[in-house]
Design a protein. Structure first.
Ligand code: HEC
Length: 184
């Protein structure tokens, strides 16, 4: 075996190692982000891959996933939220004096007591204590039927946290008494 052949073998081995490392890096990333958060694996997977593609390296994805609701809301765009509300307007009025439709009127809903309109609510909402704060609304709008098991609201939910933040900012603006943004 001469030096040239040894070189070829060494080259092939290094190549295989690089491929192997590359693959394990990618799969580790996938399992790491997909593994926790029970049930939301697909959403997270898509999200982190999108980010890896966008900035070329994976180390930032943990940071991106951990953006707090407070931070999202501080950057929320009311005009974009108004567009997101089109998904709600078939069933909800949000203007002053707007009545109930299939769903209860939503003018002033941020900070309002849960299930406090003159509306035939489901038992799950009717029995719930407290008001519509940021966390509550964010939870409900993510997956209504998971957050309020038994709700009559026939809506799958908004997957994107930015959409929810923009929409909540819009809802909060449709009010005589908008509530304060959450602290960081
Ligand atoms: C297909 C009709 C429908 C769509 C679409 C819909 N909702 Fe609803 N919504 C309802 C119904 C019905 C209820 C009453 C739920 C219950 O009693 O369980 C409700 C309840 C609510 C409540 C509780 C209000 C209260 O008085 O406590 C909020 C907040 C809400 N919806 C927001 C939204 C937002 C924001 C969207 C758009 C992202 C949306 N809904 C889309 C039908 C709908």
């Amino acid at each position: 075996m001469d030096a040239f052949e040894l070189n070829k073998i060494f080259g092939a081995l290094t190549g295989a190692l690089v491929v192997f490392l590359g693959v394990s890096f990618v799969t580790e990333g996938i399992y790491h982000t997909g593994g926790h958060g029970g049930g939301h694996g697909h959403e997270k997977l898509a999200y982190s891959l999108e980010i890896e593609e966008a900035d070329g390296h994976g180390d930032q994805k943990e940071v991106v996933e951990e953006i707090s609701l407070a931070a999202l809301l501080s950057e929320a765009d009311v005009a974009k939220g108004e567009k997101v509300f089109k998904k709600c307007s078939a069933c909800h009025n949000v203007e002053v004096g707007g009545g109930n439709k299939t769903g209860p009127a939503l003018y002033g809903v941020m900070g309002r007591d849960i299930a406090s309109m003159d509306f035939g609510y489901s038992a799950v909402l009717a029995d719930m204590d407290g008001g519509w704060g940021w966390e509550e609304m964010n939870g409900f709008l993510t997956k209504p039927k998971e957050w309020a098991d038994g709700t009559k609201m026939n809506f799958a939910g908004l997957k994107k946290s930015e959409d929810r933040a923009n929409l909540m900012a819009y809802l909060n603006a449709q009010s005589e008494a908008p509530i304060a943004l959450p602290a960081e």
